[in-house]
Design a protein around this ligand. Structure first.
Ligand SMILES: [Fe+2]
Length: 321
């Protein structure tokens, strides 16, 4: 698929990388200065909907920059221009609803690094497309770094071919612990009542089951969720047969509130987790947010995180099927 579209001009951003022939992120700008308004952008997106969607799959990350996207309402119009279905967020981040399909990304402290993940990787149904909008760029830091997932699998297979295939064959089991109420002093501080939308334990248990997890109630009112078996890698349609590193081993292994084991209960060797963490960092791509940026991620192909930031920072999110 060649780039040819009269409604967008390809731009550049600092931090871009070339990965297997694709520039990531691909930056799209208004074709002319008088086409930067939100109405022109919405028209351009609607006119080129299929092309744009293919572009997200092809490149993994598309950044709209230089358009006059002002607020959650404008951002919501962009989300709705595509007609993708909404998918409700389930996960450890506490989020606040802002407007229609738009939520805050994470209410946790800006001083913390949010580790790389595929959005909702442990849930049975995860979003295909993730949209982020920068309403207030932070004065320092706060990037949303991302990693082409297939590169992690490739490099892990180069270094640990047997261990990786063994883990993939056995599958993985995870646990994480949540309190009952939200704790915004932690970036993984989403309480189970908010996460499952109920304060009734039996109902929470049923909802958890539907999402593919079992719950064990804790004496302090919190809950331990057990998930698995889950795969280590996944191959998705239309992604060149690539094996995505579709797991959260590094993020959950050996932590205070979480764990990752092989599904048969075997420990994952520490050295493999450490090396994987280094590889993910080496493959990471990031740029500095600018006001009005809208970023589209192929959630099946990219891991993403959040770098610590100086306040204020306001990045909004929408997740789509
Ligand atoms: Fe995320």
């Amino acid at each position: 698929m060649e780039f040819s579209c009269k409604d967008f001009k390809v731009g550049k951003c600092q931090g871009q990388k070339l990965v297997d022939g694709e520039t990531m992120p691909l930056v799209l700008q208004p074709p002319e200065a008088d086409k930067a308004d939100i109405e022109s952008l919405l028209l351009a997106l609607k006119t080129n909907k299929d092309w744009f969607e293919q572009l997200i799959i092809k490149t993994g990350a598309v950044l709209l920059r230089g358009f006059d996207v002002k607020n959650a309402q404008d951002f919501n119009d962009i989300v709705e221009a595509f007609g993708w279905d909404d998918i409700r967020y389930v996960g450890p981040a506490s989020r606040t609803h802002v407007y229609k399909r738009v939520w805050t990304a994470n209410e946790g402290p800006l001083s913390e690094f949010i580790y790389y993940h595929h959005e909702m990787v442990l849930i049975k149904e995860y979003p295909k497309i993730l949209l982020l909008f920068c309403e207030v760029p932070p004065p320092e830091g706060g990037q949303t770094p991302f990693v082409p997932s297939f590169r992690v699998t490739e490099r892990m297979l180069e270094e640990f071919p047997e261990a990786v295939e063994d883990m993939d064959a056995k599958g993985l089991k995870y646990t994480f612990t949540a309190l009952s109420k939200n704790d915004t002093s932690s970036m993984r501080g989403r309480g189970w009542e908010d996460a499952f939308g109920t304060s009734d334990r039996a109902e929470a248990g049923r909802r958890a089951k539907a999402l593919g997890m079992d719950l064990k109630w804790q004496p302090n009112g919190g809950v331990k969720a057990i998930l698995g078996p889950r795969s280590l890698t996944k191959v998705f349609d239309g992604r060149k047969g690539r094996r995505m590193w579709f797991n959260t081993v590094v993020g959950m292994h050996g932590k205070e509130l979480s764990s990752a084991l092989m599904a048969d209960g075997t420990e994952i060797p520490e050295k493999i987790v450490k090396r994987c963490e280094e590889i993910i960092e080496e493959e990471s791509i990031q740029f500095d947010w600018e006001k009005g940026d809208v970023l589209f991620f192929d959630n099946l192909a990219l891991l993403h995180g959040r770098k610590p930031a100086k306040p204020p920072r306001r990045v909004l999110v929408a997740t789509c099927k």
